[in-house]
Design a protein around this ligand. Sequence first.
Ligand SMILES: Nc1nc2c(ncn2[C@@H]2O[C@H](COP(=O)(O)OP(=O)(O)OP(=O)(O)O)[C@@H](O)[C@H]2O)c(=O)[nH]1
Ligand SMILES: [Mg+2]
Length: 514
Amino acid sequence: MTADYDASRPERARPTDSSEVLFVRTAATWNPGTASTGPAADIDAFDLPADDTVGTVGTQGDRDLADRAALRRVVGLSTELTDITEVEYRKLQLERVVLVGVWAGGVAAAEAEASMAELARLAETAGSVVLDAVVQRRSHPDAGTFIGSGKVTELKEIVEVTGADTVIADGELSPGQLRNLEEKLRVKVVDRTALILDIFAQHARSREGKAQVELAQLNYLVPRLRGWGVALSRQRGGRVAGGAGIGSRGPGETKLEIDRRRIYKRIAQLRSDLSAMRRVRDTKRSQRRARAIPAVSIAGYTNAGKSSLLNRLTDAGVLVEDALFATLDPTTRRSRTADGRIYTLTDTVGFVRHLPHQLVESFRSTLEEIGDSDLLLHVVDASDEHPEDQVTAVRTVLAEIEAAEVVEIVVINKADTAQADELTRLRHLFPDAVVVSARTGEGIDELRRRIADALPDPSITVDVLLPFTEGALLSRIHEEGEVLLEEHTGDGTRVRGRVYPDLAGLLAPFVAVN
Ligand SMILES: Nc1nc2c(ncn2[C@@H]2O[C@H](COP(=O)(O)OP(=O)(O)OP(=O)(O)O)[C@@H](O)[C@H]2O)c(=O)[nH]1
Ligand SMILES: [Mg+2]
C-alpha cells in the first residue's frame, strides 16, 4: 500500500477494455507504413521539385490518406510504464464521449457554441463518437471540479444514460480537477489539451514531428503523473488480478519516482534530439536565405485549406483531408513568379483556438520558419461560421511565435462554397484580402500576382562580363534575379540585370569595364 494509491476510490462502474492511458509501442510496431520520415519532411530547397517538373507526387497525398485510413486504435497494450524509452505515443482511448464546457460570463453564446462545436470536431477527428454536449454558464470554471459540483451530478446522469465512457472538458484541467471529476463521474476524463495532443500524435509522420509531439505529451503528463499512475495501477490490478487484490498491485512510491525519472530522462533526450534536428533545419534555411530565395509561408486555422492552396499553387501533392490537423510536417515547394523569379512556399501546421502551449513550445522550431519568411499567406475559411474568430486565434499564435511582423496577405478561401453575402462581409472586413477557391482555381491568378508584388525585388543593378567558367553564377542571375540584357561575346557572357545584394557581392569581380 502506498501513499499514491487511493484505495478508497472504487472501481469503475462501467469497466471497459480501453485503458485510461494507452502506451503504444513504437510506430513501427503498429503502423509500419508511417514509421519512416515522410518525403514531405526536410526538403532541401535546392532539390525541391519546381512546380512545373513534378510528375508523380500527386499521388503522395493519396498514399498518405490511405495510410491514415489504415490507422487503427490499438487496444489492450501494456499500460505499465515499464520502459519509457519504448513509448512512442501516448494514446488516449476515446470512444463514446460526452463533452462539457464552461460558458464564461461576457462571452457571447455563439462563441461558446462554436468552441463546443469545434471540440466535437476534434473529438471526431480523434476517432470518437460524440453522444452529447453540455455547457454550464458560470463566471469561471470551478477550481475543484471545472463545472459546479452540483452540476457534476447532472453530468453523471447524462453519462449513465448515454453510456459514455469518456468525458471531454473544453479547456485545460488542472491535475486536481481531472482527478476529482474522474472520481465523481466514474469514467475517464480528458481535456481539450490532451485531445489535441492525441490528434497530433496520430498524425505525426516525420521523425521531428513525432519527437515534437512526444515532448509536448510528456510535458503535459509530468504534473499529472500521480493521477495517471493511480489510474494505471488500478487498471492493471483490475485486469491482471481479475479485480481482486487491487491495492497490493499499486505502483510504489519508488515505482512512481522511477517513472518520473525515466520521463525526465526521455524529455532531456528528446530536447537534445530536437535541437540536433533543429540545427539541420536552420542550416537549410540559412542556405536558402544566403541564396536569397524569398520564402513564403502558408499559415492559418486548421482545415482552412492551406495544403489545398499549396497544391493549387505548385502541384505539391500534399495530403488534403477534411480533418483537423491533417498537416503537421512543413512541406516546402518551389514556385516562380510570372517574371521568372523563384520563391519557396511552405505549408505549415494549422492553428486552433487555445492551441496547447506545450505544442507551441515543441513546434517552436517549425513555427519559427513562419516568422522568418518574407511573406505570409494567411488562409481563412470563408465557409466557416466565424471566420474572424479564426483570424484572431491565428494572429494570437503568430504573436506568440514572433511572426506578427511578417508582411501578410489574407487569403479568403473556399469562395466556391461560401455564401455570397458572407464573402461581401469578409471583403469589407479585410479590404486587402484576395478571395480564392483552392478547389476551383478561382482567384488564384490574382493571388499569384499579389505574391509577385509582395516579394522582395532584386534591387541592385549589375553589368558584368562572366567568363564561360562561371556558368553557375550565370544561372543564379537567371534564377534569383532579373535579366535585362544577355549577350554572348568571345570573352564570355555579358549580362545586365537586377539581383539581390549577396549575389551582387559575388559578381563584383566581373563588373564589365566599358
Ligand atoms: N469547397 C472547398 N473546399 C476546400 C477548398 N480548399 C480546401 N477545401 C477542403 O477543405 C478541407 C481541408 O483542406 P486542407 O487543404 O487539408 O486544409 P489545411 O488548412 O491544410 O488543414 P490542416 O492541415 O488540417 O490544418 C478539405 O476537405 C479540402 O478539400 C476550397 O477552395 N473549396
Ligand atoms: Mg494541411
